[in-house]
Design a protein around this ligand. Structure first.
Ligand SMILES: [Cu+2]
Length: 359
């Protein structure tokens, strides 16, 4: 995957200047914007990966759920800048029920971060000026005090910066760890960071990002209007809602995930909690592979995988027949009464060799 660009001496000088003053945010954009200017005489061959190795850095591309950024592939380790913002905002928890979510980047879960082992990650956490309290981030991918919590603590309107090297590949939860920690998590402050192994994960056709979380409201399940957090229910571990991606409707109706038969699908799944574990299951499908607990051990032919609060799993499957697959926590009262239910619409030709109804 080596790319070479033919640049004019002028273009090369511009890149060298950017490199040496450490201001070039995106080396691929920088090189491509100069790649057409090779007509002025002397031509210099520049290896884009070498530029990165010599000190360039890249702004991480982040995505809102259920999407994930593009794969790392076989790129070399580099310096990666991650910028996130903690935002407190009202959103829909269920049909007719709103909640004041505390978020990373305005979504529950927060933005998906994708890096590779060996990357030096410079993390910028900004706390929105309209926030009512301080926030921070504890990334389970960090080797260091509090996963970065104290180093990233930011009062409203402030920004904190810390750096860490991604030493271990895997799929890791991140969450706010400002006191009272369980309340910040209960309000939606969690997400996933994927640290890909050397060479990247094997390619697939579709990738999705889902996290489960439990919510505690003053009104009981189904009560309309803006709901307040109920700490007594939190302590008792009696959630009114347990949902995927912050809302009972995040993966239903027009929000259902879409795949075709024969496509290899990978789901990055995590549990933010703060309290409730997940018996993660897809009705009508079998996981061909499960990266157990988001680590390097791969189990095969799995029906249901148990994911702890503050933990994750990567699941892979290939739908072979069309129809609706149903994503659930197989502790099924949660799915049918508290919200852990979503759909994957599978389109493609019927496949009676694999499944047919006899009516
Ligand atoms: Cu917080």
């Amino acid at each position: 995957m080596k790319k070479q660009f033919f640049l004019s001496t002028l273009g090369f000088a511009a890149i060298f200047a950017l490199t040496s003053c450490n201001q070039g945010n995106n080396p691929s954009n920088t090189t491509s914007s100069n790649s057409g200017s090779s007509s002025s005489g002397t031509v210099t061959v520049v290896d884009a990966e070498k530029i990165v190795a010599e000190g360039q850095f890249e702004e991480a591309k982040l995505t809102a759920p259920p999407n994930v950024p593009p794969p790392i592939g076989n790129r070399k380790a580099k310096k990666l800048i991650v910028r996130m913002e903690t935002i407190e905002k009202v959103g829909e928890l269920a049909d007719g029920t709103d909640y004041t979510f505390w978020t990373f980047d305005g979504t529950v879960p927060g933005s998906f971060i994708r890096a590779r082992v060996g990357d030096d990650i410079e993390f910028h956490l900004k706390n929105n000026a309209n926030s009512t309290v301080a926030h921070n981030i504890d990334l389970h991918a960090v080797n260091g005090p509090g996963g970065g919590a104290a180093a990233s603590n930011a009062a409203p309107g402030k920004e904190a910066v810390f750096s860490f090297k991604a030493l271990n590949p895997g799929l890791y939860v991140y969450h706010c760890a400002t006191a009272p920690v369980p309340e910040h998590i209960a309000n939606g402050m969690y997400g996933l960071i994927l640290i890909e192994p050397e060479g990247g994960l094997p390619p697939v056709d579709k990738e999705f990002y889902i996290m489960q979380g439990d919510f505690y409201t003053k009104g009981k399940n189904g009560a309309k209007g803006l709901q307040q957090f109920d700490i007594e229910k939190g302590i008792a571990e009696h959630p009114d809602y347990i949902v995927f991606n912050g809302s009972t409707r995040s993966l239903l109706g027009n929000n259902a995930l879409q795949v075709k038969t024969g496509e290899k699908v990978r789901i990055y799944f995590g549990v933010g909690g703060p309290n409730i574990t997940s018996s993660f299951h897809i009705i009508g499908e079998i996981f061909d592979k499960v990266y157990v607990e988001g680590g390097s051990t791969i189990n095969e032919h799995v029906q249901t995988t148990l994911v702890p609060a503050g933990g994750s799993a990567i699941v892979e499957f290939t739908p072979t027949v069309p129809g609706d697959l149903v994503i659930v926590d197989h502790s099924l009262f949660r799915a049918f009464h508290k919200g852990t239910i979503g759909k994957i619409k599978v389109t493609g030709p019927e496949n009676p060799n694999v499944f047919k109804a006899h009516k």
